[in-house]
Design a protein around this ligand. Sequence first.
Ligand SMILES: Cc1ncc(C[n+]2csc(CCOP(=O)(O)OP(=O)(O)O)c2C)c(N)n1
Length: 681
Amino acid sequence: MFLEKVSSPDDLKELNPIELRLYTDELRKFLIDTMSKVGGHVAANLGVVELSVALHYVFNTPEDKLVWDVGHQCYAHKIITGRRDAFSTIRQDGGLSGFTKITESPYDAFGAGHSSTSVSAGLGFAESEWVKGTCNQVVTIIGDGALTAGMAYEGLNHAGHLRRPNYIVIFNDNEMSISENVGALAKFFGKRITSKLYNRARDEIKLKLKAVSTSEIDIYEKVKTLSAAVKDFFSASSFFEALGFRYIGPIDGHNLDELVKTLESVRNLSLEATQTAMRTTGDLKSDPSSEGNPPILVHIKTKKGFGLASAEERPGDFHGVSGFCKETGEPTKKPTSKPSYTSIFSQTVCRMAEADPKIIAVTAAMPDGTGLNKFQKLFPDRFYDVGIAEQHAVTFSAAMRLNGLKPALAIYSTFLQRAYDQLIHDVAIQKIPLALFLDRSGLVGADGPTHHGVFDMSYLRCIPGMYIMAPKDENELQHMVYTALNCEKMVAVRFPRGEGYGGPLDSIFRMLPLGKSERLIQHIEPEVCIWAAGSCVASAVAAAKELRSKGIACEVVNARFIKPLDKEALVTDATRVKLMVSVEEGTVVGGLGAAILETLAKLNISLPVLNLGIPDEFIEHGNQDRLRELSNIDVKGIVAEVKKRMDLIRAKSVPKKLNPTAATTAMNNIKDTGVVPPIRH
Ligand SMILES: Cc1ncc(C[n+]2csc(CCOP(=O)(O)OP(=O)(O)O)c2C)c(N)n1
């Protein structure tokens, strides 16, 4: 009833308190109905329905900016800001993004997907308001999980220094990351009930002491100093106050009236302080050292999955889901019999760990996503969830490796981007043979451009000493996990999101020869050779079969190693075919195809090369297979592209085949002398 009436925050402001409450209930119901059909980040979104309504009710968005951390909890915000009708398209081809996205709405102040960026972004907005001389307010909404990441503290520390009162942080404390939150701070914030009592008592005592103070002696000030030590022990407020914030809370984040009232006072406080500060300084840049006008932190307490029993009970299972039954919470999609790559990875590490006590497992806040929750149950003392701290995870694991242990460090490809300097500075330069397992490599589907793991081959390949492997199927993944944990190299194994092919699994793990490829289809007189990596190998094989029926003899090589590339095999192929093709589920810039081109160029071999992979642009969200199709790395795309190029080659002058003897000589020369002789066609 009220849901249809609200198409913008201005409509929301027209509602009276009772209508606002009814609207909020309808909004939650609408969210549950829609997410039960199309899926999404259920638990996080149900936890912030009241907060989203209260924020848009109180603040003057979009002039005042809301910066949502991660952005996975912004569904109510999307509905309030005019995207209700499109909401059922969320995370699907051509539909709304599952995160905040500045191109989608002026109300999405900043795009997100990766965690813990909201404090820096919010502060940047707040500070620029200051420099421009305007006093719009900026609100960052950040969870306790996101507060396990270093970047959040970089922002908070700076905010405490800049002291801009138009900057407000909402600390959404639900005691959960995706799984249970970890770390000393999470425990510290757990004391907030004591803090609530403390706050109430403090306010009462303050009033009483102020009443008995004189102009000569301010008894309240004196007692305040004395009580600081007690406060430090009891109160979460001291933590944020030490960082330079005015702390308010904790507030019940599901009590709409209390939230609205608190946010209204916070807004007034912030507005007044901002205007006063701007007036007093008379200068656009006020004195940041002024003690009077700190930024404000509001600590709210919410429950993940609020309003949906199954999600409240099992918030971890309702982090990111597809459709589900509203009554039971059971997924509507039937589980397949094929194992996921994640489960094979985790199973292999667990089996290896039984035999080798040196194997430990490390994850950055993704025990369920990486499958390492299995390891955690079996070997609790050898399992480490470090929080959303990929940088720390890499350096921590590097030191453990150096000290004789064998960490299996599992991080999603996209999140490893966070730890790039650590990979170079803390691992590669020191030649530490750390094994990295990059889950969700390639196109991930519904999460879209912030989450596609398409850059790792490119960003890892340029690191000296790095080994990069990609399995063609789940059986090969087992052997790659085994090889990575035993090979004394800095090595990354990248594998895709989703299920494998359900083929047989070898019961005994084996070492794969380092830097060696595997030829899957051979011809006596091939015209084309496809080098494929990981998830693209099966498509390449199917494409080669189809090309054969179209009169094109096409070999297929499973590259296995993107680095080091199997140069001998590559040169052999280059001597026999008219067209070399690379196929990879990663960016063509800097990936397997680039490695092939670089190698051929270095050997002075020239022949037509077709690079298929993710083009030099960000791929939107959508169905994983559809996105592969759009990038021409599915069977149909490979066949069409190869056929097109071969038609051209056949129509024009066909380059002569390379002389095999010359190629062999070239390879021998590289090995013996490092000198590359020119090869003539
Ligand atoms: C850099 C990075 N690592 C991991 C993730 C995966 N991730 C998405 S949400 C989330 C938990 C966030 O917890 P919190 O900030 O408390 O928000 P809540 O979901 O509880 O509302 C994690 C680990 C991410 N988005 N970004």
